[in-house]
Design a protein around this ligand. Structure first.
Ligand SMILES: Cc1cc2nc3c(=O)[nH]c(=O)nc-3n(C[C@H](O)[C@H](O)[C@H](O)COP(=O)(O)O)c2cc1C
Length: 358
């Protein structure tokens, strides 16, 4: 393996998304194989039950690695962790076989794809793109993608209420605030997390978040002052802008999360290639998945259980999937202007995330 090429592959793969841009991976080359370790302290999050979000995110990383490796002339084979017996710092191994470089239709999109949290334009998506999206899932056996181009009021209401439920959970709010970068210097120095301009919220809300990060005791005060009305208004604005939704499902449990992550990222890259913007809305699907797989935990309230039981039916009827499938992720997609540079996230450099064993 040419180490300079391996570094190029890892650099491209580092652009695979992670929740809050926590970048929970470290890469090690031992002369024979690439080992990818999950970094539990980075991935720790109240949404990440039993590392289910990390497994899904690993699927996206694998999709990136696969495309970049073939582009540079290496065919990768992945040895995946066993989701049913998962070490917190679980390992994925990659073997590379030299081949001739193969042009990859989604290679350019690896660096183009980015999360866009602004309302989208009032223009419907080209039907060809929607059909293309649907055909992507034919390559996957255990994961599926469904498109809803005319979301009902019921679906929109469910998605808004899911965002409010999520943000009104104290543990979740503090988990996300930890990753918000309030100053440019902080973003540039850490090269991870979320620049505040990328959050899609106004200056006033950003100041509230900054105050809570600095003085956690202010949380209760802001809660009583109606902080969640702002979350609700912001989410309403997003789902009301002409928006298509994609729902990703898995056929059963953890065993299929990696596959669904691959499908989701392949779909998102395809959208990016066609200039279509997207934002994950995890609350309406990831929390629902958790509810189905781990109905008993310390996180869910009774209100959440009722909300998500109802949500499962709303998603089934909106997207047309069967009762046996489990929704895992939702993307809000539409047309939008290019993102400004100060809205874009950073990644840690290859030297920070990659080591070669002596
Ligand atoms: C598993 C997962 C869940 C995510 N959930 C959300 C979400 O609920 N809302 C949101 O706005 N962004 C969400 N994101 C987007 C990430 O915050 C984003 O990918 C990350 O900050 C990197 O930025 P980029 O996508 O622009 O490269 C999610 C990403 C992943 C991989």
């Amino acid at each position: 393996m040419d180490l300079e090429i391996l570094k190029k592959i890892i650099q491209k793969a580092s652009w695979a998304p992670s929740g809050d841009n926590c970048q929970p991976w470290r890469f090690n080359w031992n002369g024979k194989q690439l080992k990818i370790y999950h970094i539990e302290v980075r991935a720790h999050h109240s949404l990440n039950f039993n590392n289910q979000v990390s497994l899904f995110t690993l699927g996206g990383l694998i999709e990136y690695l696969h495309i970049a490796s073939l582009h540079y002339g290496y065919e990768p084979t992945f040895t995946l962790p066993d989701p049913t017996n998962l070490d917190p710092n679980f390992l994925t191994q990659v073997h590379f076989k030299k081949t001739t470089p193969q042009p990859q239709p989604l290679f350019e999109a690896l660096s183009l794809r980015a999360t866009d949290r602004r309302p989208f334009k009032n223009t419907p998506l080209d039907e060809k793109i929607v059909n293309n999206l649907l055909s992507v899932s034919k390559d996957f056996k255990q994961a599926n993608a469904y498109v809803c181009t005319a979301p009902s009021e019921e679906l929109k209401k469910y998605l808004v209420a899911s965002e409010v439920l999520l943000f009104s959970n104290k543990a979740f709010l503090f988990d996300i605030i930890k990753w918000v970068r309030f100053r440019n210097k902080e973003t540039i120095d850490s090269k991870d997390g979320l620049p505040w301009r990328n959050l899609g919220v106004g200056l006033r809300e950003t100041i509230v978040l900054w105050l809570i990060k600095r003085y956690p005791k202010l949380y209760d005060l802001f809660k009583h002052m109606g902080m969640y009305n702002q979350v609700s208004l912001a989410a309403q604005k997003l789902v009301k802008s002409h928006t298509t939704f994609i729902c990703f499902t898995v056929k059963s449990n953890e065993n299929h999360l990696i596959e669904s992550g691959r499908l989701a990222l392949r779909s998102w890259l395809l959208l990016a290639k066609h200039g279509v913007s997207a934002q994950p809305m995890s609350s309406g699907a990831m929390l629902l998945y958790k509810q189905i797989v781990y109905p008993k935990d310390n996180f869910s309230t009774k209100a959440m259980t009722t909300h998500f039981n109802n949500g499962r039916l709303i998603l089934q009827s909106s997207f047309g999937f069967s009762e046996s499938e489990r929704p895992i992720w939702l993307l809000r997609v539409g047309l939008s202007d290019p993102l400004n540079n100060n809205m874009k996230t950073y990644r840690r450099s290859v030297d920070q995330i990659f080591e070669v064993e002596a």
